[in-house]
Design a protein around this ligand. Sequence first.
Ligand code: ZN
Length: 281
Amino acid sequence: MSVEPDDAALRRSAPAIVAYDVDQLPAVDLDAYARIRSHAVHASTTVAPPRDAATAEVPAGSFFRITSVDGPQVGDLNLWNLHNLNERFFSGKTRQLHATHVGIGDRLWSNLPHLRPMATITADTLDWYGWDEDGGGIHDVIGTRCDPYTNQVLRGTEYHRCCHSNLTRALAAHTGRPMAEIEMHVHDVMNVFMCTGFTRDTHQYFMKASPVRPGDHIEFFAEIDLLVGLSACPGGDCGSTHSDDETPCYPLQIDVFTAPAHALDQWTPAPINSYDRTHGA
Ligand SMILES: [Zn+2]
């Protein structure tokens, strides 16, 4: 280990500064979303079977709800622009703009060079959980998704029901495009209902059994036309293991609610980021 300098305590005492001026983010008017929601009607139901994924198209101005059914289950969520798969959810920037775990009033942002809100979280029956004694919280944007490549490195075995593979199969089926091509569009997720954090001593990523129970749900407002991909993780409630067929695993349901045009009078879809993309050249 390196030698600690004499002024180590002084250097460590520098104040922690929140890195982004998040008060300057566009305001989220939850009352306005609630008014739109009061006019919305149920349009469709899609189920992601256990250890598998499903896709759903969600028009801009609609809501989609993810519900736990049958048993405690974690979901790995991907979002794409329905008309351009290259615009997709950007978990890293969402984490920097909001927090390691997201909740009501937070937004899911898209990747560069688009960087705009794709969806806004408008309801969450697990928002009572807060932060537990281990520092754990719900709905993280820090984990990536379980995948067969990491499983191969750690265990030397082939497992085909990881969230990465589930999302790849579902997106290939939705688009009718080859798996090898479509796999590149699967991206880091929002871990819906998952309880995670970092250990206090070694700062390692941990998971613990999700507090989600059947009937719990989280709801989003679509700020642009979306293609939603959701995998019911093979880890089930992620209380023990993942990337295997041992853990009890349950379906997740996606319901879409559409609002009539008159309810959307005061709302406009999020525009593409206005940076001119000249990068100083
Ligand atoms: Zn998973």
